[in-house]
Design a protein around this ligand. Structure first.
Ligand code: C2E
Ligand code: MG
Ligand code: MG
Length: 730
């Protein structure tokens, strides 16, 4: 057989073998062509120890001689065929370093031996197949790498798009499953709620792990998790059926991605590497989800789910800059609940939290979805209306006041709370977001003072008021010893007889630069700090001291003293009182302490205890401004009350033709008498009011009709001027 013929034959052979894109076909073509060229009848191809093709007999009937190493022209007796000569060639050239697949081609020819040239041809053909197989392998690896890159990119895109975590984990597991040629893949994650227990994710979708395999894998994982390195293998080490790649989150093993391969690893696929790449994606997805979760938690109010103060201010600052750049409007509403504290105190914090959540939802429903709604803390909420001016602000505020004015149901009870709203539109003076919020806050404060359930738009003069209040508050410190405060006294008269019965001490502040500051301004301010304690103690001592002056000419004048809530609850009041009584020699029976109902509501038990010990000193107790609070009547029975001062608002309404108002005054007076409580009418200004109150049986009265509060030095003059008229009346 001429040599050139075999070169030509070899070239054609190479072309034909390299045409198929599938390994199995290439191998089969190579073997058939080889047998044809060598006039041989039988042959096999083994690659990586695996029988890949056979010609001339069935898979089961291959004689053992074919499978063991063969020397040239070894003889073999084939049943039914006769004697055949064997020859083989490796698919790679061992020792030459040339690339090729590990394997061999074995042929058998009946009868005639293979000559040297034929053996040479077999060798060339086997090498050609080895080369083709190597190229196909490279191509496949290249394709797999490409597919891996495409899949990983898609997953990373999904992670950065913040798809739901479950969806991401499914996509990753599915990607691994596809790239592992359909070998079952499962993601096992440490269940944070029960550490140590592994939670199979997406197992249902990629079945293939039987219970036993899973249990086996799980126990192997549970014991080895912390020590796994990259691409480590777990499971049955002998046939290496399980591959496992750890999922690491913040340096800790959070679980693993596991696959089961049906046959022993051939080394053709690097499952370990592949699985590790996917496990890293799981790590990424989990880390990202945790970060997002942490960020969300840090910026949300846990009770309402709304933005918290910090994140609201941050967003608002961003919107402020956008609005300035685009010359757009921006309006902030500051919402403060009117009676939240009462609910929280009486129904408990759980109920309070439920209420706040519902309040948040209602406020949200009053704004557009693009607006920012936040809980600033406590019972304060804020809404930023984007691209909206103060006009819209008013409309939304009205909606909010209406929505929060409707009853809420908490702990199966219906409660009414209501809200006050301050409105501030973005202005040039606002240097940052908090400046707008602060203006809205000031407006809210004003809305609240003008009566609850209202809204007010901020105006610059309000800022001045606040600054004023601040400077007043500073002046209030050590005011008691400044010589700027003094007491005015207003006469209290028995209505039926016109007799002077007593005096109410009312504090006055003559400010060196501002002039007189009304008590309605400085008393509430002093009540916000401990300044009231000092001022109150001063008033008590001073009034008892001055009572002697007032008493001149009239014995046993009673003295009414106003006591603030903070003073009573502080606990030092009894001591202050005792000291003043001792120093002034005033009989305690002459003293009446006036307190307001709000005090009794705030802490009834403590109030009752404090009032009890004061009464033991022999003092009397009056409820001031009666009728302006909540459930006045209830407190009349619960507390040791001796006197009720009917609020000025009831008295002001009294006229002969005002039947309803007369009826109200009558029922209050009658009820008090039934409970043996003395009645005092505050703010009597007209003779008609005096007449009506006398008819209704009211015991005592005070008001401008008799006298405005006056300094002690004016008292005697007033009394002197009064005597003739008294005498005339008498
Ligand atoms: P109050 O105890 O209800 O005092 C009665 C208020 O009504 C006084 O106001 C008095 O000047 C005013 N008034 C009296 N007659 C009439 C009238 O015919 N018409 C009108 N329109 N008003 C009348 P004032 O002195 O401004 O005191 C306001 C409030 O400040 C007091 O209300 C009291 O709650 C509080 N206050 C005054 N002095 C003290 C004090 O020494 N300690 C405490 N804790 N509070 C005080
Ligand atoms: Mg009073
Ligand atoms: Mg009063």
């Amino acid at each position: 057989m001429p040599f050139h013929w075999s070169i030509h034959q070899l070239t054609e052979y190479l072309v034909r073998v390299s045409q198929p894109s599938e390994e199995a076909i290439a191998i089969r073509v190579a073997l058939e062509e080889a047998l044809d060229a060598l006039n041989a009848e039988l042959g096999i191809v083994v690659v990586e120890g695996e029988l890949r093709a056979e010609v001339g007999f069935g898979r089961q009937d291959i004689p053992s001689e074919f499978l063991a190493p063969v020397r040239d022209n070894d003889e073999v007796e084939l049943p039914g065929l006769g004697m055949a000569h064997l020859a083989q060639s490796d698919l790679d050239e061992a020792g030459t370093g040339r690339k090729g697949s590990k394997g061999r081609m074995v042929v058998a020819r009946l009868g005639k031996e293979l000559d040297a040239e034929e053996l040479q041809l077999l060798h060339g053909m086997a090498l050609a197949l080895g080369l083709v197989l190597h190229n196909l392998e490279t191509l496949r690896a290249e394709r797999a790498r490409h597919l891996l890159v495409v899949t990983l990119l898609a997953i990373q895109k999904a992670i950065s798009a913040r798809r739901p975590l479950d969806e991401l984990l499914d996509a990753i597991t599915e990607g691994a499953w596809e790239l592992l040629d359909g070998c079952p893949v499962a993601l096992l994650l440490n269940d944070p709620s029960s550490p140590g227990l592994l939670h199979p994710h997406s197992l249902e979708r990629y079945p293939g792990f039987d219970d036993e395999a899973m249990a086996n894998a799980r126990s192997t994982l549970a014991t080895n998790l912390s020590t796994f390195g990259q691409g480590d293998r777990a499971g049955d080490q002998q046939d290496r059926r399980f591959f496992c790649a750890p999922v690491v989150v913040s340096g800790e093993t959070a679980g693993c991605l596991i696959t089961k391969v049906d046959q022993p690893a051939s080394g053709r696929h690097d499952q370990g590497e592949l699985l590790t790449a996917f496990a890293q994606q799981v790590s990424l997805a989990l880390t990202d989800a945790r970060t997002v979760d942490a960020v969300r938690k840090a910026s949300r109010d846990p009770i309402t789910g709304l933005a918290n103060r910090a994140s609201f201010l941050q967003r608002l600052e961003h919107e402020r800059q956008l609005a300035l750049e685009g010359d757009a409007a921006l309006t902030v509403l500051f919402v403060d609940l009117d009676r939240f504290k009462a609910v929280n105190d009486t129904l408990g914090h759980g109920a309070g939290d439920d209420l706040l959540a519902e309040v948040g939802a209602r406020i949200k429903s009053c704004a557009r979805t693009s607006d920012l709604v936040a809980r600033l803390g406590g019972d304060e909420f804020a809404v930023a209306l984007l691209n909206a001016g103060v006009k819209t602000g008013r409309a939304v505020a009205a909606r909010i006041v209406r929505a929060l004015g409707l009853p809420f149901v908490v702990s199966t009870r219906e409660v009414l709370i209501g809200a006050s709203v301050g409105i501030a539109g973005l202005a040039a003076r606002h240097e940052d977001a908090s400046a707008i919020v602060s203006d809205a806050d000031i407006a809210m404060y004003r809305a609240k003072r003008s009566g609850r359930g209202r809204w007010t738009v901020f105006e610059p003069f309000m800022q001045a008021e606040v600054a004023d209040k601040l400077s007043l508050a500073t002046d209030l410190q050590r005011l008691a010893t400044s010589g700027q405060v003094w007491l005015a006294y207003q006469p209290i008269v028995a209505l039926a007889s016109g007799r002077l019965e007593g005096a109410e001490a009312l504090m006055r502040w003559s400010h060196p630069t501002r002039g007189p500051v009304p008590p309605s301004v400085f008393i509430p301010l002093a009540e916000e700090t401990d300044a009231i304690l000092e001022l109150g103690a001063y008033a008590i001592a001073r009034a008892l001291e001055e009572l002697a002056t007032l008493n001149d000419g009239q014995k046993n004048l009673r003295l009414s003293l106003n006591i603030s809530a903070r003073q009573l609850l502080d606990g030092s009041l009894g001591q202050v009182m005792k000291q003043a009584l001792v120093a002034s020699h005033v009989s305690p029976e002459l003293l009446i302490l006036e307190i307001t109902e709000s005090l009794l509501i705030k802490d009834p038990d403590l109030a009752r205890a404090r009032l009890g010990s004061l009464k033991e000193l022999g003092l009397s107790l009056a409820i001031d401004d009666f009728g302006t609070g909540y459930s006045s009547l209830k407190y009349l029975r619960q507390f040791p009350v001796d006197q009720v001062k009917v609020d000025r608002s009831f008295i002001a309404a009294l006229r002969r033709d005002a039947d309803d108002d007369i009826a109200i005054a009558r029922s209050i007076i009658e009820l008090c008498h039934r409970l043996r409580v003395e009645t005092v009418a505050e703010g009597i200004e007209t003779a008609e009011q005096l007449e009506l109150l006398t008819e209704l049986g009211c015991d005592l009265g005070q008001g401008y009709l008799f006298a405005a509060p006056m300094a002690p030095r004016d008292w005697a003059r007033w009394q002197g001027a009064r005597q003739p008229s008294l005498a005339a009346a008498g």
